[in-house]
Design a protein around this ligand. Structure first.
Ligand code: SAH
Length: 237
């Protein structure tokens, strides 16, 4: 369905090596995505070349910029149809990935996709701000990531509580990412984060994109994350 040669070449131009099994899995994933999308509204991106750039490369670009040690735990908050979590798992099956979403329909799709890819990840249904208060998840992850979920400030409140002190929050953002970051600076500080790195990148027909690394340098105060009604009414600022 997709050109695995294109994916392989583009990934390697970013220093990311994909073996034959990974390429095969990406191809199956693309097919399942397009198939499932006819029944469940998952993504507007269904053209094979767009899938390669806007879903797969956009997700794994994180591996170009940041060293994710073998066996690290990573939570993908608001994973939707699996982005960026599943491409990261395909590229790096050693990672312990948890995929969170508040829509059961999408998680059912994810679970079918993982079975077909013969890959394992933890799938957790719920809102990030509720799950992050549970001892099982709070400050338990080496990394948290998210794409296209909400603005940087609210996303920081969703994600930073999941990250261990010493770990990192590495969100993917669109062209407005830097402006959003400035609005999130105070919240990031209060939540125990420190902005360490900003990487702009470009993918064909996708405009400017950013990946950030926010290091968790101190514990998140127990009052965060707050219930969503409070987050949306009174942002941390
Ligand atoms: N990350 C995917 C999906 C983006 S759509 C991608 O880049 O394609 C946003 C997703 O976040 C939706 O599936 C929605 O159900 C989920 N979501 C939004 N707010 C959430 C929250 N507070 N907790 C968990 N999931 C959330």
């Amino acid at each position: 369905m997709i050109s695995t040669d294109l994916l392989k070449t583009e990934a390697s131009s970013h220093g990311i090596f994909l073996d034959e099994l990974a390429l095969k899995r990406f191809d199956i994933y693309a097919e399942l995505l397009v198939d499932w999308n006819k029944k469940v509204n998952l993504t507007a991106i269904t053209d094979p070349t767009d899938i390669v750039y806007k879903h797969f490369l956009d997700s794994i670009i994180i591996l170009k910029y940041y060293n994710i040690p073998i066996g690290s735990s990573l939570v993908d908050v608001g994973t939707g149809a699996g982005f960026p979590g599943i491409p990261l798992l395909i590229a790096r099956p050693d990672l312990k990935i948890t995929l969170i979403d508040s829509t059961t329909k999408k998680l059912n799709v994810i679970s079918d996709i993982l079975v077909n890819l013969d890959l394992n990840a933890d799938i957790e249904y719920g809102r990030a701000e509720d799950l992050a208060r549970k001892p099982k998840f709070r400050e338990k992850f080496d990394f948290a990531t998210a794409r296209a979920v909400t603005n940087f400030r609210d996303l920081s409140e969703f994600c930073l509580p999941f990250v261990k002190v010493g770990g990192s929050f590495i969100p993917l953002k669109g062209a407005n990412g830097e402006n959003e970051l400035y609005e999130a600076e105070v919240a990031i500080d209060i939540l125990g984060g420190l902005i360490q790195d900003i990487q702009p990148f470009e993918l064909p027909n996708y405009g400017e994109r950013f990946v950030f690394r926010i290091e968790k340098i101190s514990h998140t105060p127990t009052k965060y994350p707050r219930p969503y009604a409070q987050i949306s009414k009174k942002p941390i600022c």
